[in-house]
Design a protein around this ligand. Structure first.
Ligand code: AHM
Ligand code: MG
Length: 334
């Protein structure tokens, strides 16, 4: 029997008490928005959605048309339901508070509306990443500081990957579940429960073109992998780099592996390329919920106290034993 996302969420709410009615509504709305982004992605050139929007986001990155479309879809879908206090996005400088004409809820939604933007025009998998926090009871009103909570306080996190299939991957703190979009029915159907990442792997994902800029622990790790059977690891490694974090993480959740976007010397004042609050935190929680690990080199990502909405972070995540090895290499250095 097929279990739809709606049914799954009702059961999470009813039987397990894991989620409130408002959080259930929020997740349904995010899933609906992802469906609509998926349709836009699928139309591609026929829908006039490819190419640059000729604008820049707060991080100085050129925005693609789809970045902006996906952002608008998520904002419009979420602002009137009464479940949210505010939203934050990679594509918006500051937070978007739910307008006065709608009731305000207690949840905060963060997203990267279209992750892997460099892959949009070349028809390679891209996705939406989201993270849900709860406004702290002690806080009156809502401001940017309401969002600055460590990742371990997330109440839901997930992503939707727009690939050969559209798949929504979700955790509410009770394991990781995957739902595939059934286009005929128009609904997400549960296709994998309790996802588990193998502890060991022979596959790594990193942008090798940055090798000369890496720090010593990352160089050492990759060097040892590249030496294969003849080296200290005693086995051959394979490499994959899709340049869409959603697609790389999806592969790791499916068959294991390790993903790295570490700090490097190109821009030494920046901790890394990826953003903590709407990329690293949700992905780290999913990975941990599936038995993997996620660190910035020295520390667990979910324990980092954010100080800015668009803060960047170094990311190493995936199969537990590999992440622990990378952790020990970083500790040996410091
Ligand atoms: P984006 O949110 O602007 O798309 O940037 C994030 C993406 C990640 O999905 C991916 O892992 C990384 O940037 C790829 O970077 P690079 O092009 O440097 O390999
Ligand atoms: Mg991104």
């Amino acid at each position: 029997m097929n279990i739809s996302l709606s049914r799954f969420l009702v059961e999470q709410q009813r039987a397990k008490g894991h989620i409130s009615a408002e959080l259930r509504l929020l997740l349904e709305v995010v899933a609906r928005a992802c469906k609509s982004i998926s349709h836009a992605v699928n139309k591609g050139a026929l829908g006039g959605v490819l190419g640059s929007a000729e604008s820049e986001n707060v991080q100085g990155e050129v925005q693609k048309k789809l970045d902006i479309i996906a952002n608008e879809v998520l904002i419009e879908a979420n602002e009137w339901g009464g479940h949210l206090a505010a939203m934050a996005s990679e594509e918006m400088d500051s937070i978007h508070i739910v307008p006065n004409r709608y009731p305000q809820g207690e949840y905060l939604l963060l997203f990267d509306p279209l992750d892997g933007s460099s892959n949009i025009d070349v028809n390679v998998s891209i996705g939406t990443i989201f993270s849900v926090l709860k406004k702290q009871d002690s806080q009156e009103g809502v401001s940017e500081s309401s969002f600055l909570q460590p990742g371990r306080q997330q109440v839901a996190a997930g992503y939707c990957v727009y690939g050969p299939q559209t798949t929504l991957v979700l955790t509410v703190g009770d394991g990781v579940f995957m739902f595939t979009l059934d286009r005929e029915q128009g609904s997400f159907v549960l296709t994998q429960s309790d996802v588990q990442i193998p502890e060991d792997t022979k596959e790594f994902a990193i942008n090798m073109s940055n090798m000369r800029h890496w720090d010593q622990p990352v160089r050492r790790y990759i060097d040892e992998c590249l030496q294969g059977k003849e080296g200290p690891r005693g086995k051959d490694f394979n490499m994959r780099w899709i340049a869409s974090m959603v697609a790389d993480v999806h592969r790791i959740l499916t068959r294991g592996g390790v993903f790295m976007y570490p700090w490097d010397k190109r821009e030494p004042h920046k901790p890394g390329k990826l953003r903590l609050m709407y990329e690293a935190n949700p992905m780290s929680w999913l990975i941990e919920q599936a038995g993997g690990a996620a660190i910035n080199g020295q520390q667990r990502i979910l324990d980092l106290q954010p100080t800015q909405l668009h803060e960047r972070v170094s990311v190493i995540l995936g199969s537990k034993n590999e992440v622990e090895r990378l952790h020990s290499y970083h500790l040996q250095q410091s």
